[in-house]
Write a protein that binds this ligand. Structure first.
Ligand SMILES: Nc1ncnc2c1ncn2[C@@H]1O[C@H](COP(=O)(O)OP(=O)(O)OP(=O)(O)O)[C@@H](O)[C@H]1O
Ligand code: SF4
Ligand SMILES: [Mg+2]
Length: 313
């Protein structure tokens, strides 16, 4: 991805939700994406597959297996979605059509993209359900007959059904209990390794991401502010925001009188602070932070951050 930028058209003008984001995911690897609510994670996911409708705009370049996405339109864009790149939307498990059985919803994208026979289609759906640890008999069930975790797994199976090269999963584990969350992310890691699918997994749970992802990227105010190997980012965060996010994770073992939080709120897109977007909340901010945005700088191997005063340890 090069220079991906997404702007929403609002009554008071265009606002930038994704600001010049660059990264790449290797084949069969998982990139985790974290950041507070409103930082632009879902907007980035939608922009990657050009899913923002005009008058909103997406610019930059996104390559999936060598094919550029942002320049595509109409039939070629439809052909790419599901087949080469698919997405599990935020709250996907609540988006099943309640009056259709699981199988008819699973079959839709396969039928739209292939001339598969009914027999092969049934076999494919059974295999997919087994791959996400669901008994194939549930394909005849209605969505309300499945638990939340099962529905989320069906959503992932659907996104994997045409063996895409890229899978984007926007908070695939939100609203599930911690055990199911972990199972789902471990399942995604297995699918990624087995099928060589590159994945972008969005989550608020940095410790869960560090367990399953190869790399982690942190966003703030629409910009990438840190990226690197998952363990590096979690163990030795360079950017003050990442450090504070990690300190906000409650621990069962550490005695604290109160939860640590990052003071203030993420900025509104309509009034983004000048310079480093994080400066009004940053304990290390100096005058220079308030003028020009810091550039992403590689500080340690492939570990990079956008900060004038990185916490190099
Ligand atoms: N259609 C839209 N029109 C205008 N602004 C929007 C639109 N959709 C999202 N935004 C704004 O873009 C910013 C980023 O939103 P986005 O949904 O990408 O955040 P997020 O990081 O996914 O948050 P969450 O963790 O809550 O899902 C927010 O400030 C939001 O208000
Ligand atoms: S650039 Fe300045 S304000 Fe921004 S995170 Fe770094 S120290 Fe804080
Ligand atoms: Mg979101």
């Amino acid at each position: 991805m090069r220079g991906l930028t997404a702007k929403y058209a609002t009554r008071s003008g265009a606002v930038t939700a994704v600001d010049n984001v660059n990264f790449s995911i290797e084949k069969g690897k998982i990139m985790g994406l974290a950041g507070e609510s409103g930082c632009g994670k879902s907007s980035l996911a939608l922009a990657m597959l050009k899913l923002l409708e005009p008058p909103n705009t997406v610019s930059g370049e996104v390559y999936v297996g060598g094919q550029e996405v942002i320049g595509l339109d109409g039939a070629s864009l439809r052909d790419l979605r599901w087949r080469k790149a698919s997405i599990v939307f935020q709250s996907a498990m609540n988006a099943f059509d309640p009056v259709h059985k699981v199988q008819s919803q699973m079959a839709e994208a396969i039928r739209a993209h292939t001339n598969i026979s009914t027999r092969d289609l049934n076999r494919t759906m059974d295999d997919l359900l087994r791959a996400v640890r669901i008994d194939p008999k549930y394909k005849k069930a209605y969505p309300h007959e499945l638990s939340g975790g099962m529905k989320q797994r069906v959503a992932i199976a659907m996104a994997m059904e045409l063996r895409p090269q890229l899978l984007i999963a926007d908070e695939p584990t939100t609203a599930l209990d911690v055990v199911t969350q972990r199972q789902i992310l471990i399942l995604m890691k297995r699918l990624s390794r087995e099928h060589g699918t590159s994945m972008l997994v969005i989550s608020h749970d940095l410790s869960l991401l560090s367990e399953v992802c190869d790399e982690i990227m942190i966003m703030y105010g629409g910009r990438t502010i840190e990226i690197g190997g998952a363990e590096e980012v979690v163990r030795r965060p360079l950017h003050p925001y990442t450090g504070l996010l990690l300190e906000s994770i409650p621990s069962l073992y550490e005695k604290r009188s109160s939860l640590r939080v990052i003071k203030g709120y993420p900025p509104s897109l309509a009034s983004l602070p000048r310079g480093c977007h994080f400066h009004p909340r940053c304990p290390y901010a100096t005058d220079e932070c308030t003028v020009t945005p810091p550039a992403m700088t590689t500080l340690d191997g492939s570990h990079a951050a956008a900060c004038y005063h990185p916490r190099v340890q």
